[in-house]
Design a protein. Structure first.
Length: 92
């Protein structure tokens, strides 16, 4: 049996269709950061790079959906009266 390199074994394989992307937003972001680091290192074989890219795309979609849900919840809590962030320096 051929030995796998550390780069090959470090890649998280894509989840099966319909499976949740991650247990939480924070875990998804951590996994995404790890994948980006591995891919930027340039040491992954082609197949592992494709799998990492696919998994990263899945994680980005999951995180974007989570952020949209939270934004909708905040709008409800704030009564649709969200105000732009201000650092307090230009208030009169």
């Amino acid at each position: 049996m051929p030995n796998k390199t550390n780069a090959e074994s470090a890649v998280v394989p894509a989840q099966t269709p319909g499976a949740p992307a991650a247990a939480s937003f924070e875990q998804a972001m951590a996994e995404l950061a790890q994948l980006v680091t591995q891919m930027e290192g340039g040491q992954l074989p082609l197949e592992a790079s494709v799998a990492a890219y696919a998994r990263g795309s899945e994680l980005v979609r999951y995180c974007a959906a989570q952020l949209e849900k939270v934004e909708a919840q905040v709008k409800v809590l704030e009564g649709e009266m969200l105000k732009p962030f201000s650092d307090g320096g230009d208030e009169q």
